[in-house]
Write a protein that binds this ligand. Structure first.
Ligand code: SF4
Length: 192
């Protein structure tokens, strides 16, 4: 939302899109509409292929990702990664909201990197921001807040794969909590 705010206010020609995964919280779906209304912008929705979803359900079941890492990777591949690849096809670069302090898999994050998988540049403008910097910006710039952030969800993904975190837990502890800690990524940011 911080990056969206900067793009909208600076009126730069950067396309915004959201992955319409089909398993998001209703609050997340509503947040996209609220963001469009707040800034007077349009956010493109990128959908997964029906045939990919059906293939996953046929093999693993609707919630088969609870069985383990393999099924989770297949589900994330169909619902997130393939649509993301389609959305970035033809793009010169993309921006992400990743930050170093979010998880052990992000501690070496830099401002700019090359996305070898997609052959384009990738920028992480918030790479060295602390969580307190994020909230300070949100307050100062009156950025809309996802309601689940105020209910114990510091990191929000798909509804069946995200739970509230307890005090003192890592901010991504509520993501795929039934898997090992090094599995807190869906593959969107995996390097070759
Ligand atoms: S986060 Fe969960 S529901 Fe969402 S795509 Fe990944 S495995 Fe599927």
């Amino acid at each position: 939302m911080v990056i969206t705010d900067a793009i909208a206010k600076c009126k730069v020609n950067i396309q915004l899109f959201t992955l319409a995964i089909g398993r998001l919280h209703q609050e997340t779906v509503d947040m996209t509409k609220a963001t469009e209304k707040h800034y007077g912008i349009s956010i493109a929705k990128v959908y997964p292929e029906e045939s990919d979803l059906q293939a996953f359900i046929d093999q693993y079941g609707m919630n088969g990702f609870y069985d383990g890492e393999v099924a989770k990777k297949v589900c994330c591949g169909a619902r997130k990664i393939k649509p993301l690849n389609a959305a970035l096809s033809g793009a010169d670069a993309w921006l992400t909201g990743q930050r170093r302090e979010q998880s052990t898999t992000r501690v070496e994050l830099d401002f700019e990197e090359h996305d070898d998988t997609r052959g384009i540049a990738k920028f992480n403008p918030l790479f060295d921001w602390a969580e307190s910097d994020i909230w300070a910006y949100i307050k100062q710039e009156n950025v809309p807040i996802h309601p689940l952030h105020l209910k114990g969800y510091p990191s929000i993904g798909c509804e069946p794969c995200t739970r509230q975190v307890k005090k003192g837990e890592n901010i991504r502890a509520g993501r795929w909590w039934w898997l090992q800690s090094d599995s807190k990524e869906c593959g969107l940011h995996v390097k070759k």
